[in-house]
Design a protein. Structure first.
Length: 305
């Protein structure tokens, strides 16, 4: 195991899981490029799950798992150092399962990154279980690298906003968008309710509070970051999820707030967040809401009430 370089412990890091798969390799390379733009350190983590494996596996099997893990990390480290020689890079092999290893590795200010993985007959449309589980209960924002990760020159970071509480995580999103040299689009979705006889009914936000909220948040971000281009946009759609997935076609990174509420789904994610993680055309960042004094997460976009 290699520890972070001296003096790098105060710097935010991008913590990325590597397992040798094509998707994880793509996520690691995307993370390295992003960490370089953000002036973050990069922390590669490989999870062996030896805490569980050692209970029933032979010594030889455990040693094979360790050797394979070290080889994977060495290969990933070599390739990233070749492409990004000035990047502050560290690696770690963990005995935990993948999700626990990533959560344990993240410090305050860090970001976790995982790759997406196809499942069943839907191929690249679906996200692997590690990506989903890593997004639930994470102490840090989680980025799932999927869809197009390049070739969107000039595309903005799109932040899905719902209420005033989004202002907290939007400050960090704006900072990172500016560091990446990208503009920021605040997107609020007004749901179009079903009408009588198939005719559209007025939206549930016809009075305009969504527009006022979005414009107010954008104005505050512009004041805080004069060099950042911030655009406020309100769209009307029958489905919040479908609107965000459609917006992801012209987006470099889709950012959403989420919270745990087990009654929403077995994975603890609201259906809007769940849909974006499965179907987005670009990487998706899920930002956890701060917990209150009783340890309960505040509600946000992921509640889908």
């Amino acid at each position: 195991m290699r520890t972070p370089m001296s003096g790098a412990r105060e710097r935010p890091r991008t913590v990325v899981g590597v397992d040798g798969s094509e998707q994880a390799t793509a996520a690691a390379l995307w993370s390295a490029a992003d960490a370089a733009r953000l002036h973050h350190g990069l922390f590669l983590v490989h999870a062996t799950n030896l805490d569980r494996l050692d209970r029933f596996a032979s010594f030889e099997t455990s040693e094979h798992v360790k050797d394979r893990g070290n080889a994977l990390l060495a290969e990933a480290e070599k390739e990233i150092r070749r492409r990004f020689p000035s990047l502050d890079l560290a690696v770690k092999m963990s005995r935990r399962n993948p999700v626990a290893a990533l959560h344990a590795a993240a410090r305050p200010g860090d970001t976790i990154v995982v790759g997406s993985r196809g499942s069943g007959g839907f191929g690249p449309l679906l996200l692997g279980s590690t990506g989903l589980e890593a997004s639930v209960g994470s102490p840090a924002p989680v980025i799932v690298v999927r869809g197009e990760t390049g070739g969107k020159d000039g595309a903005p970071v799109t932040a899905a906003v719902r209420d005033e509480r989004d202002a907290v995580w939007l400050a960090r999103t704006a900072q990172e968008a500016q560091a990446r040299g990208q503009s920021l689009r605040l997107l609020n979705v007004r749901r179009l309710l079903g009408g009588i006889g198939g005719r559209p009914a007025p939206s549930d936000d016809a009075g305009g509070p969504g527009e006022r909220l979005t414009n107010d948040l954008a104005a505050r971000l512009r004041a805080d970051r004069p060099g950042l281009t911030v655009r406020a946009e309100v769209v009307t759609a029958r489905s919040v999820a479908s609107a965000l997935v459609e917006a992801s076609r012209e987006t470099a990174l889709l950012v959403m707030g989420s919270h745990e509420r087990r009654s929403v789904s077995v994975l603890g994610l609201g259906h809007v967040v769940h849909a974006a993680l499965h179907h987005s055309h670009c990487p998706v960042q899920i930002v956890p809401y701060a917990r209150d004094a009783h340890g309960v997460s505040e509600e946000g976009l992921g509640s889908d009430d």
